[in-house]
Design a protein around this ligand. Sequence first.
Ligand code: SF4
Length: 329
Amino acid sequence: MGEQTKIEWCDHTFNGVRGCAKKRIPIVEGNPEAFYPSGCDHCYAESMSKRFPKNLGIWGVNGVRVLAKQHIWDEPHHWNRRAKERGVRGRVFAYSLGDMGEMPVKELHADAKLYGYEPTNEQVENAERNQHVCDEARRKLFALVEATPFLDWLLLTKRIEEIVGQVPKHWLSDPPSNWWQGTSVSTQPDVDFRLAKLIEVPAAVRFISAEPLLEKIDIRRFLDNEYAPRDFGGAMAEAIGWRVDWVICGGESSLSAREFDIPAMESLVDQCAEYGVALFNKQLGFRPIEEIDSTRVRLKLVDKKGGDMDEWPERLSHLRIRQFPEVRL
Ligand code: SF4
């Protein structure tokens, strides 16, 4: 939905495509018996879509993807005009009701391989329809980013490995200065796979959404100036920087939320401080857990999302950090 947003780190949310399939990493490669915990497990967009499948799609590799109506695609042009008039750039988050990187045909075949079945003709045709919707949404999204230079576009995906192959070719050598590319990480396996891919994307800002953060993660090598390749698909590291520029951190906020380990947030605070990387601690979630005298204790907060920093006890004042990155291009 194109709308003013309640998300603290952006001004608008934008959803060009609705519907998605969950991303999960098997604990043993190729074995569907068990998966690492995933940020997709409690996808709130999936829950919403069950009430409004016509507008919000149907989840799963055999589900339905819906392209946003034209008036939704028109809204960012108004935001852009307003931002220009006010002389204040707007930040747009895309997407919250789907994933900009989804590749339905490839994902159907990967699912079939993992679970050992042969996709039916009907399933293949459905995946091809969904692929068409996702491709069309990407084409329109990238054109929109170029047409709205007073908006910074925060494009977030769990399929970061698809992005270099999907953006317009000229973005690789001459990236738009309003293209911020992010990927989500909840666990260390997410970090190890997705951040190695994120660092190859020549966006003006590269960011991590560690929300929900499900365990302590080590991201230090991706915060280090020396880590990234020198040439990002044609754009030079001197121009766009060497590393991840921004980290957003938070816990789950639904009633079924998993525990949020406050020491895991503290660890990210320390890692970002060590490398001088901007950090935005959004919320402690519905079940924040502290460690006091080696005992795990649930922190009770009035705000169910744990997003009111004034409510966080004084002993956690070092977590009250809401920084934004510098844009270099
Ligand atoms: S990628 Fe995002 S929208 Fe898709 S299932 Fe996961 S959490 Fe939901």
